[in-house]
Design a protein. Structure first.
Length: 347
């Protein structure tokens, strides 16, 4: 039963899959005005208004009707559209949490006749998707690693296969999966434009922004919880840095085949962080990266994501620094939500 449910819990398309590329321009099937929170997994996403949200053992189903939600949970053919999301502890899926995602994917699409698969990004993480047929109906699936879990998000459709509009609409829903931020933290009314980096993003209301070129001498932006900390070598309250540094792998003392872990360890060394604790793999502003926890200052704790754009030879450094672990845990989702909100500047 578990394998059947897992196989139906599947796929992610941030755009229509290649199999539909020659079809007419896809049209969204729904207006995504309902905000669905999955507190246990630390995410929320947008779904069609009025859809039923039902919790089952180990997963949540969001469906056009309560009947379809129950059918999905029971592993039956669905009478209407149904979405499913679950977080399965990685240790239940593999003995090694570092097992490549494609190896996990190959063993978890049992019961799904895959017609197409590929790579995408969900909630800032590298993800894999598949389109196919399961239980005699169209199914769409995506999986990604997040905070020690294998995340699975999928849709079953009441048709023999998913057409272009279904795939496109599912992709729109999947593209809204984002970190769930504490009600204590609200975004500023307007996005902040980082002119040097060519994008804008949301940031916490009440925080003060400063040009990183003036503070640190590199392109980017600094955000401070307290205006009194602007420019201080060691902030008293929380601070966020978003920086880009042009650097070849050779400049970093690395070979062309260096991994993101190698690059992150070099950056950690430059920040004088000893024994950085590696975190998830990430994709920020289109560049692959990896996170780590650690701080060079014994009075501070920090979380850092390092990305590397190999084509343009640019290191992205995204840091969250706080006074203690409790504050770090509070602000980490907000920090990730900021990075999720990055959008290129128009024009």
């Amino acid at each position: 039963m578990r394998k059947i449910v897992f196989a139906l819990l599947l796929l992610c398309l941030l755009a229509a899959p290649a199999a539909f590329a020659q079809e007419a321009t896809p049209q969204p099937l729904w207006e995504l005005t309902q905000d669905v929170e999955i507190a246990a997994l630390g995410v929320h996403f947008n779904a069609p208004a009025g859809w039923a949200v039902e919790s089952f053992s180990g997963f949540t189903v969001v469906a056009a009707t309560a009947e379809a939600a129950q059918e999905y949970a029971d592993g039956q053919s669905v009478s209407d559209f149904a979405l499913g999301i679950a977080g399965i502890p990685l240790q239940e899926m593999t003995d090694d949490p570092d097992t490549p995602l494609d190896e996990i994917f190959a063993t978890t699409t049992v019961g799904l006749e895959v017609t197409e698969s590929g790579e995408t990004t969900v909630n800032l993480r590298p993800a894999l998707y598949a389109v196919g047929v399961g239980n005699g109906q169209g199914a769409l699936v995506a999986i990604w690693k997040q905070d020690g879990f294998l995340m699975v998000f999928g849709m079953a459709v009441p048709a023999p296969e998913a057409d272009v509009d279904m795939a496109f609409s599912y992709g729109m829903i999947l593209g809204t999966v984002r970190p769930l931020v504490s009600d204590e933290i609200t975004p500023a009314e307007e996005r902040y434009e980082v002119i040097d980096l060519g994008f804008d993003l949301f940031y916490p209301a009440g925080w003060t922004a400063a040009d990183a070129a003036e503070v640190l001498g590199v392109p980017g932006v600094m955000f401070y919880e307290s205006a009194e900390d602007v420019g201080a070598p060691t902030p008293t309250d929380s601070a966020i840095a978003i920086l880009n540094v042009e650097s070849s792998l050779e400049d970093l003392g690395l070979e062309d085949d260096a991994t993101m872990e190698d690059i992150a360890n070099v950056i950690a060394g430059l920040f004088q962080v000893t024994e950085p604790e590696l975190d998830d793999e990430f994709v920020v502003n289109g560049a692959p990266g990896i996170g780590f926890n650690g701080s060079a200052n014994p009075t501070r704790v920090g979380f850092v994501i390092v990305t590397y754009d190999r084509e343009n030879e640019v290191v992205g450094i995204y840091t969250l620094s706080t006074a203690d672990e409790e504050t770090l845990a509070l602000y980490r989702p907000a920090f990730l939500a900021m990075l999720w909100s990055i959008r290129p500047l128009e024009g």
